[in-house]
Write a protein that binds this ligand. Sequence first.
Ligand SMILES: *Cc1c(COP(=O)(O)O)cnc(C)c1O
Length: 429
Amino acid sequence: MKQKLHPSTLCVQAGYEPANGEPRQMPIIQSTTFKYTTSDEMGRLFDLEASGYFYTRLQNPTNDRVAARLAALEGGVAGMLTSSGQAANFFACFNICEAGDHMITTSAIYGGTYNLFGVTFPKMGIEVTFIDQNASDEEIEAAFRPNTKLLFGETLTNPGVRVLDVERLARIAHKHGVPLIVDNTFPTPVHLRPIEWGADIVTHSTTKYLDGHGTTVGGAIIDSGNFDWEAHADKFPGLTTPDESYHGLTYTKKFGKLAYITKATSQLMRDLGSIQSPQNAFYLNLGIQTLAVRMKHICESAQQIAEFLAAQPSVKWIQYPGLASDPDHALAQKYMPDGTCGVMALGLKGGRDAAIRFMDALRLVTIETHVADCYTCILHPASHTHRQLSDQQLHEAGIDPDLMRLSIGLEDPRDIIEDIKQALAAAGL
Ligand SMILES: *Cc1c(COP(=O)(O)O)cnc(C)c1O
């Protein structure tokens, strides 16, 4: 029987087993194309009749090994890498949802994803309904239509760090014959494996903790292989009826549990070309190898810092699911008993002005449009990423005008707490 490995072991070893004399570290196959001796062999690859590499826009061995490592971590059957998290969420949905279709998403999601679904998808003829992830089953179910193709959510939301009730949303999605797709960027598979709770497809912005060093933009899609497309064949004709661009091959019949990822690779990557470079996949691999140790340190530090902040009279409010007082604490304990992530959201007494004075006084904590890497960093959406919005529009987007997003990195938490103390004092708070 094959030994069941823990996440930290999978981080180091899954997806790549070198044979005798081969490189111990996963090599970068920095090659656009791959050589064949007969025309027939190459032709069979183009017909998806044989498996093998022929052009890196479709598949590359380095990318595939890193994707296999992520699939092992998430407990899925297959994965693919994309050039960014945006491309991952786009492909994950567009693979089964096209012009004339409808999808449902929770509204507390990353701003880029919000824009993709709210602005760009409608331009492509896809209708999108936004729901409150804490709405009742009945309210969520009322959003389903006959042409609904998927339900989407973020397992831990960016920037509010709210916990998605994955098991409940999976149950609702399945009742309506559609898959649940979740963006698992913030907890990472070290802290949450949504497939174990019923999610069907998992996406990542690997730019965040998975890379973890702020070096490479990237994304990933992992398929659980669990969703029964054939049981809802009329809803998913792209998977269950012949693809004329491959001589009438049907993905579910030919590839079984690998149907969804094979279609995403052989159609979407072929036509839309958002592949991750093998060099970036190599950096991503290095990041994943230390993911488990980094997440442990980051969560322990974030817990200390969140508790410190919660006790400051100048802190008006703080959201961090690791705090016992947080409304999502019970959900976090259910889904992420080993810790959530290093991101927290908070507001200071004195609002927007106080936030700006405080941030300008920080020395170790830097102002960055990023989260979830090795540096502790802070962002004020109302002044930065969302600065074009009025206070009213900010409220509608679920962002308080005084919200600051603080992302704890790998520094010693005692040094970060000292920095926060001096900045609060310097800001007169
Ligand atoms: C950053 C982020 C994205 C977008 O990823 P990019 O790699 O920047 O394209 C998507 N989802 C979440 C939760 C994110 O934090």
